[in-house]
Design a protein around this ligand. Sequence first.
Ligand code: PMP
Length: 312
Amino acid sequence: MKCSLDQKFSTGALNRYGNIELSPSSGVLNYGQGLFEGLKAYRNTEGDGILLFRPEENALRMQVGAERMCMPSPSVEQFIHAVKQTVLANKRWVPPQGKGSLYIRPLLMGSGAVLGLAPAPEYTFLVFVSPVGTYFKESIHLVVKDEVHRAFPGGTGGVKAISNYAPVFKAQKQAKSEGFTDVIYLDSVQHKYLEEASACNLFVVKGNVISTPITMGTILPGITRKSVIEIARDHEYQVEERLVALEELFDADEVFCTGTAIVVASVDSITYQGQRIQFKTGDNSVSQQLYKVLTSIQMGLAKDDKNWTVEV
Ligand code: PMP
């Protein structure tokens, strides 16, 4: 059954960053009917152009999420137009090349008032931005927590629903208090397959083979993940999207995470039931090689044969 609604979004206005007005009985506040996206704008050369990385993918992912959450969604053109207008209006906040990027947060929410449990009668799409520094590559130590799950079959783990995130806070907080960077979640049915971390996808390297958990509704289909799979295949790695068992970590050479915020980052260690598994990191790692290729495309330093970047 099709659930997305047909509301048409009218062209919005640019407003100075500030609070927005929302009904206390809005769908987003009461029932979590909301979705967000995340992408970055980079300066391609000192003071010159500004590049977005695959914004169409974010627009399409929002459309898939909107269908799941019974919301209307902006068209790809409306989404990209709103992103471009917001970035242009904030051009001065895009950091110089190599010093970071402008993080872009599109947000779609049920803003109309609704008291009984039902989709909201009205929706708001907005975009806000913030400059962010280059991700500080401190060492990453993850812990597998099997008592908390991020997603379950038939749920919303495969879309970027706002309601997916608060449920990880408890596990994340506990992991941090134990000295870990973040949590790895296992599948919630058999408790034996790796899914992802709180906000990034996972890759496991063994020799020339790079494996990543398959996205079957419980893992967010990351745009960085999709891009890294293509880059790795171009570089003659064998990439497998499949169920990746927890035990495979004990035999892995390398593990890395991908995401818009983290880009591509090596994982130093993963702890499972008190046992710490250490992985290869550093300049000669597969992860570092993929990081360099990806960021060169994002910043316009390498030829963009795939047409992944979009000029603002
Ligand atoms: N998984 C989750 C749960 C996330 O929130 C994110 C961040 N969007 C990712 C994976 C990585 O996705 P992307 O590469 O599109 O940023």
